[in-house]
Ligand binder design. Sequence first.
Ligand SMILES: *Cc1c(COP(=O)(O)O)cnc(C)c1O
Length: 223
Amino acid sequence: MMMVAENIAGLKEELPENVRLVAVSKFHAPDLIMEAYNAGQRCFGESRVQELLDKERILPGDIEWHFIGHLQTNKVRKLVGKTSMIESIDSERLLRLVDDESARAGVVSHVLMQVHVASEDTKFGFSPEELLEFFSNRGFESLKATHIHGIMGMASNTCDEDRIRKDFETIHNIYRQIADDATLGLSGFDTLSMGMSGDWRLAVEVGSTSVRIGSAIFGQRQY
Ligand SMILES: *Cc1c(COP(=O)(O)O)cnc(C)c1O
């Protein structure tokens, strides 16, 4: 078996059945993606708009593309309609823009709200307070062509397992607070995307429903 297929088979065996595997293929060539595809993988994650579009154009049409990187506002129009999920909505301004462009294109965009809890201040996302406020103010009600399916988050980039677990627990708590609030009347708010190659086991233990795994499938990226 090829390495990529082996890695996917190993992950599939270990992941609980209800946890989605997003294979993060950023910086990897289409032939490597096809190895994963031929091993049955259909959901792939990309972090740059042009790279996603280039791959989407030449790879099989039943691939579900998840956008997971910082989305610049001037690239929203190009991306809308090409993804099955934008996981990285990191500001209300971006959300409104995705919504406007989706309505304009006559499509519905499926998105996750990115929450920032990690210690690095370079990471994008809503603070926990901002995100809870967005939902309690019912900011989702005015969306015309966008469905919010849940939350995406990352733990601090550290080897300290306790810290990583705490970050995941914080993200999970925010997710539960929103998902369990019946007064919000949300439907299909059922996705908690957290966990990468180095920390996905912890994330799944804490309650992740979707993991984003790159290097543990495809090997190291050449930037
Ligand atoms: C690159 C990336 C991943 C995958 O990281 P690996 O450590 O290679 O598994 C997951 N999530 C996001 C947001 C990323 O940018």
